[in-house]
Structures are given as C-alpha cells and as structure tokens.
Design a protein around this ligand. Structure first.
Ligand code: SAM
Length: 241
C-alpha cells in the first residue's frame, strides 16, 4: 500500500519511522512518502496561505498550491484524505475502507484549513475524497490527525500485525463491542487477583466470561454501541443489558 502525506511540517511525520509502521516501511509492506507542500510554491516566501474571502480571522491555504502538489502525488485510483474537524468522524469502518485503497494521499491543513475548492475539484474529477475528523475538538493542523488515521489503517494491512488473531476480538471489531478486560502475570498484584475463570483452562467458560464482560463494559461506557447492535447477534446467554 502506498501512503503520501503532504504537510508544511514534514518533520512532524518523522514518528512514522518508529514502531510497527516503521517496521512495515522497512519490510516494504507500506510505501510511505512525506512531502513538503512548500516545494510546490513559486514565490520567494514559499507562500501557502492567504486571507479569507469574506473577511474574518486567520489565513486559508491556497488551492493553487495544493492543486499542484496533489496533481503530482496522486496516482490513478488513489484516494484523497483531508483531515478536518468539520468532516465525518473517523471510525474503524473508515479504517477498514481506507485499508483497501491502493494509495492514500493525506492533505494536512493548517491555519483555518484548506480552500474548500480543493475537495470539490478532486471530487468532480472522480477522485474519492474523504473529509474526516478524528473527534470533536480542534487541533492546530492535520498532521496528528493523519498519524492517527495512518496507524489505524496500517495495522489492517496484511502482514503488519504479527498475529492477525489479535485483530479479531478488538474493540470496534465485527462484534460491535468494546474489548473485555485483559490481564497478564503476576496473577496477584497490589491486592488484586485476576478472575479465577481465566486460570481454569476451560475455553468455553473463558469465552463466556469475556463476552459478558465485553457486553457489560460496552453497556456502561458506550450505550450508543449497544443500541446499534443487531438483536440477532445476541445469544440467549448474553447478560441482560
Ligand atoms: N477553522 C477550522 C474549523 O473550525 O473547522 C479549523 C482549522 S484547524 C485550526 C487547522 C487544521 O487542523 C485543519 O485544517 C485540519 O487539517 C486539522 N484539524 C484540526 N482539528 C481536527 C480534527 N478534529 N480532525 C481532523 N483534523 C483536524
């Protein structure tokens, strides 16, 4: 999979050399390229922004500079991701969809964001453009939002996560639940013992206990996810919600 990130702060993306994403790059699973938007400017000051039409505070990123950058970086069939607090809220479903793209180009906005014609222009040209928010708060730029989305997408790329089984029961997975609580050694710590059932070696009982805890935790913390469950997916042993 190829991922391109365009930003006026390319160094912000240097953490993509670390951890699982960094290893995936080294192993050739992820072709990740970071670009400096200012490389597509033509003036002495390498200007990427200007004042907003209609007045108001702040600066807006120029569509002409973004157009040159995207035209050069976007491959046929590639998708354009524009992080913005006014976008659809990014979820695991978006991550799954993005993971099946051949190429993703992340356009990191700054200031008051990118001139709205950029998304409009590429959509009209038949490009899949996704304007996505990572949550209901405002960051200074699209770099951190892109990092969040790239990490969520990259771990779904086959071969990225060592044991693919670990993706199966995760929060926000196919079951539509949060994950159950997890424990490791030592079995007793700070006066707290792990639940006996986890030491029983009885796989069916452990699976039942985990599903009950996942249902309880989801009902308590994310009633919206419980409401979205298909009743057909609940079995007769599920705890009363
Ligand atoms: N004036 C914009 C608004 O109110 O929608 C906010 C611009 S914000 C200061 C600058 C850039 O940060 C945005 O263009 C976007 O790239 C990024 N950004 C900020 N918050 C974000 C969020 N919650 N999700 C995704 N990107 C975000």
């Amino acid at each position: 999979m190829r991922v391109d990130v365009v930003s006026i702060f390319p160094d912000y993306l240097s953490v993509l050399d670390l951890s699982l994403v960094g290893k995936a790059r080294q192993r050739g699973l992820l072709d990740l390229r970071v670009h400096d938007l200012r490389d597509w400017t033509a003036d002495r000051h390498r200007t990427v922004d200007d004042t907003p039409f209609g007045g108001g505070a702040g600066m807006v990123m120029r569509p002409d500079v973004w157009g040159l950058a995207i035209d050069e970086v976007l491959e046929p069939g590639g998708q354009l991701v524009v992080p913005t607090p006014s976008g659809e809220v990014f979820t695991q479903r978006h991550a799954e969809e993005l993971a099946s793209a051949g190429q993703l180009v992340f356009a990191c906005g700054r200031y008051e964001g990118i001139d709205a014609r950029v998304a409009e222009h590429y959509r009209a040209a038949g490009v899949t453009v996704r304007e996505l928010s990572i949550g209901d708060y405002v960051l200074n730029g699209g770099e951190v939002a892109s990092l969040v989305m790239i990490e969520a997408v990259a771990r779904l790329v086959p071969g990225m996560v060592g044991n693919p089984e670990s993706l199966v029961e995760e929060s926000h997975g196919a079951a539509g639940l949060l994950e159950y609580p997890v424990y490791t050694k030592p079995p007793s710590w700070a006066g707290l013992d792990i639940p006996d059932v986890l030491l029983s070696g009885h796989h069916a009982r452990i699976a039942r206990w985990r599903r009950d805890r996942a249902l309880e935790r989801t009902a308590r913390r994310r009633p919206d996810m419980i409401a979205a469950l298909d009743p057909a997916d609940l079995d007769k042993h599920d705890v009363a919600l």
